[in-house]
Design a protein around this ligand. Structure first.
Ligand code: SAM
Length: 323
């Protein structure tokens, strides 16, 4: 009998040979950047569920690793910013996927004067044992692969990303999450899992696995509706709602009081003083919203002050704040 990892490889061998438009599609708009043309086949092979390409992660020509290459679209987008030989390394376990991506990069070279196929290095490898040196990467990305992994394998894949990142390096990921209990029969359906439909964890659990790996800072950058599993098409009595998230986990040292998880909470001081200082590193200036991590939001909330407002999570953290 095939294991789920083998089923996954077969699903993506098939998806490399016959592009399946909409396999992991979401409402996320594909990055349109000046002078960037994405070849049609590469676009059809967009098997991600969000974006892992954020210009603010890409200052100072970082070394970028992308695990689970697909048609190569996000590698091309990363190369748009890095523009250097082997600036982006792609790792995939499926030969046919690597071959399809290679062809797409040759087409991309024809369509983009700035791009050279040598900007991207493709290597065969497994997310569970990356063929990459320790502490050698600034930005490591994966899109719609880790949700497929069962818990032990997910733990291992995260550990691998942590191992290869330099201190302060960033893991940027996009994956489905689900707050409902996905029935066991769907969870154990290897094909549904491979199609990114039944392996999704609740966001909190996923974050705990990330911080449990050692990442000291986590940013939730986006959360969007993704899929419905309904009783007409799937073996489930309940309607199951799946969302997709974009997360950045930073290999910061773990704070003594636990990780800083930014979910989009903001503190606003509206008192009559010049400022409010919690003496833990947070100074609130009147009417200047300050993005805070959930831990700090909880600390400020527990003061029960009448002159500090703490917003809920927007799930749209885009920088700023201190912790
Ligand atoms: C859902 S697709 C996502 C592709 C791409 N990230 C995107 O956003 O279009 C999953 C990718 O992971 C690759 N893959 C599957 N199992 C893998 C493994 N164990 N290690 C590395 N890559 C794997 C597949 O071949 C496929 O390219």
């Amino acid at each position: 009998m095939q294991g789920y990892l083998e089923t996954t490889r077969n699903v993506y061998k098939e998806a490399a040979e016959n592009p399946q438009v909409g396999l992991c599609c979401t409402t996320t708009p594909v990055w349109q950047l000046p002078g960037l043309s994405i070849p049609k086949k590469m676009l059809e092979m967009n098997y991600g569920c969000g974006s892992t390409v954020h210009p603010r992660d890409l200052v100072n020509t970082p070394k970028i690793l992308y695990v689970g290459v697909g048609g190569g679209m996000e590698l091309l987008q990363f190369a748009y910013f890095s523009r250097q030989q082997h600036g982006v390394t792609g790792v995939d376990i499926v030969d046919e996927m690597l071959a399809a991506a290679k062809e797409n990069f040759i087409e991309a070279e024809k369509q983009n004067a700035w791009f050279r196929a040598e900007f991207v290095r493709l290597i065969k490898g497994d997310a569970l044992r990356l063929p990459v040196e320790d502490n050698s990467i600034d930005v490591a990305a994966q899109n719609c692969l880790f949700n497929i992994f069962k818990q032990e394998d997910l733990r291992r894949a995260l550990k691998e990303m942590y191992r290869i990142l330099k201190p302060r390096g960033r893991l940027v990921l996009s994956d489905p999450v689900c707050e409902q209990d996905i029935p066991g029969n769907l969870r154990e359906d290897d094909r549904l899992r491979a199609l990114c439909l039944s392996g999704a964890l609740p966001l909190k659990e996923y974050i705990q696995m990330i911080t449990g790996t050692g990442f000291g800072t986590v940013e939730i950058r986006a959360k969007r509706p993704y899929r419905i599993l309904d009783s007409l098409h799937y073996d489930t009595e309940d309607l199951i709602f799946i969302e997709s998230v974009e997360v950045c986990a930073i290999k910061d040292p773990m704070p003594a009081d636990g990780p800083c998880v930014f979910t989009g909470k903001t503190a606003i001081y509206y008192g009559s003083g010049d400022y409010f200082d919690d003496e833990k590193g947070h100074v609130l200036i009147p009417d200047q919203p300050l993005a805070v991590c959930d831990k700090t939001a909880g600390g400020l909330q527990s003061l029960n002050r009448k002159d500090i407002f703490i917003s809920g999570s927007t799930w749209f953290y885009d920088g700023g704040g201190c912790c």
